[in-house]
Design a protein around this ligand. Structure first.
Ligand code: SAM
Ligand code: DTB
Ligand code: SF4
Length: 330
């Protein structure tokens, strides 16, 4: 059994992942924190701001998602936002200390034409503000990925969500293979990959680890791995799922940190349901990034006052925007 905490590997087995995950909690946290310190500044947390630039009415049936047209959730739909609206949000995000701005669209896939052209314009706008640009727009072809990259999109978020075995329980309108193909197109275009999943959809530990094995065994590890705790939204099929055990979540963060030591591990959706103590444990386990602000895409997020206070209580700080180090909030 090989569970050295500080190697970059692409040949993880499910058994190895389970052995890592299941070791005594202090040993797991120690290994994760050691890997973390080798590759990252353990006191720094990077912030991204999300904005839903096209909301609701999505044709996919992802059982967790408030934006799927298959469920009645009360999310208000809107088409692609005007560039001036987005510029104002991006400036606000930069002022509050975010280094990355992530634009989400409730699409199954990108279609060439007016809407995609409008998105490319938004990418140029946000880049012009001096923030790292990330998009999450659903499936992409190779040429669409290239156009996004040429317009200044730095990262693309496209989640595998869970293990290949559990995937069919959550989504029926696309396959795991579809997702992998888009990730491949993103890589070919030279964008960085942001890819992770969701915990709390009724999956077992083996599925959570199955997701990490999929991610870690890609030819390159994703540069960013968002770990979302399900936000239970009334009207979706997963609205009544059981709450996730916080210590299981922390274990998963630590395991992700060890398996993909260079990646940014992002404590993503679900922070409203996490105690400050749980978030602190996640940072110690190697999480080094959060979504900032009062809103994720359509649901609530803790907001700057809460997060700034937590950072200060922990003696931690936000990563500065290298392009504009002066405008970072404490
Ligand atoms: N439509 C695009 C797609 O699916 O890739 C982009 C937007 S989609 C909302 C982005 C990601 O948000 C999903 O892949 C999923 O992992 C996450 N997500 C959506 N609803 C969620 C929820 N209720 N709780 C936690 N994560 C969620
Ligand atoms: C990711 O993994 N989580 C973010 C981001 N990537 C796009 C989205 C979370 C969405 C949570 C539900 C909502 O606010 O609509
Ligand atoms: Fe939601 Fe994206 Fe699934 Fe559409 S494809 S239902 S926006 S997660």
């Amino acid at each position: 059994m090989h569970t050295d905490a500080q190697e970059i590997r692409h040949n993880w087995t499910p058994e190895e992942a389970l052995a890592l995950y299941s070791q005594p909690f202090p040993d797991l946290i120690f290994k994760a924190q050691s890997a973390h310190r080798k590759f990252h500044n353990h006191l720094e947390v990077q912030r991204s701001t999300l904005l839903s630039v096209k909301t609701g009415g999505c044709s996919e049936d992802c059982a967790y998602c408030p934006q799927s047209a298959h469920y009645k959730t009360g999310v208000e739909r809107h088409g692609v936002l005007p560039a001036e609206t987005v510029r104002a949000k991006a400036l606000e995000a930069k002022e509050s200390g975010s280094t990355r701005f992530c634009m989400g669209a409730a699409w199954r896939e990108v279609r060439d034409g007016k809407d995609f052209d409008a998105i490319l314009e938004l990418v140029r706008t946000v880049k012009g503000v001096g923030l790292e640009v990330c998009c999450t727009l659903g499936m992409l072809t190779e040429s669409q990925a290239a156009r996004l990259q040429e317009s200044g999109c730095y990262a693309y978020n496209h989640n595998l969500d869970t293990s290949p075995e559990y995937y069919g329980e959550v989504i029926s309108t696309r396959t795991y293979q579809d997702r992998l193909r888009t990730l491949d197109n993103v890589r070919k275009a030279g964008m960085t990959v942001c890819c992770g999943g969701i915990v709390g959809m009724g999956e077992g530990i083996a599925d959570r680890l199955g997701l990490l094995v999929q991610l870690a065994n890609q030819p390159e590890h994703p540069e960013s791995v968002p770990l979302n705790m399900l936000v239970k939204v009334e009207g979706t099929p997963l609205a009544k799922e059981e709450q996730v055990d916080p210590l299981e979540f922390v274990r998963l963060v630590a395991t992700a940190r060890i398996m993909m030591p260079e990646a940014m591990v992002r404590l993503s959706a679900g922070r409203m349901q996490m105690s400050d103590e749980m978030q602190a444990m996640c940072f110690v386990a190697g999480a080094n990034s959060i979504f900032a602000g009062e809103k994720l895409l359509t649901t609530a997020n803790p907001g700057d006052n809460h997060d700034n206070h937590l950072m200060s209580r922990l003696g931690m700080r936000y990563r500065e925007n290298r392009e504009c180090a002066t405008s970072v909030a404490a």
